[in-house]
Design a protein. Sequence first.
Length: 175
Amino acid sequence: MRLLFTFLCACAVSISGFAQQGKPVFPAPKPEQLAYRKKGAPIPPFVLEKTLGGTLTNTNLKKGKPVMMMIFHPLCDHCNWVIDSLKQNQSLFQNTQLVLVAEDRNKEYMKGFIDKAGLKDNVLFKNIGTERGNLIYYIYTYELLPQVNFYDKNYKLVHSFTGKAPFDSLKMFIQ
């Protein structure tokens, strides 16, 4: 009985210790990191490991073409809804580069996601993959997924959308 009481007390102390720490999972962003979230900010450096092979970096983007960058999770319903809208309106992407980014820890879901969404042979979705650097940390506003950032032809941030934005809201930024 005494052993059980000691064990339960130890558990209670441990749990209350975790609950009181209140430390954020990530350290607070530095001012220069938050600057990437402001209008007019450049696309931060990144290396996207494309799910279907190869890499894409910020220096490999086609010069003089705007960019639509979407942070998503392969199991997110809102994200799938936006991707379906992109597929239905892909003819609008005459001049806009599409980059779809998931966290590196979601790599195991990516091939299944691409197969299920029917993106494998679609040229619009060639730049889809995961990023293990600081890109998401720098630009994600920690609201709802997906987050869609539009950058102009000079790769400066024009506008950000979060959550289940109606496609008509996004459409005005696609060229």
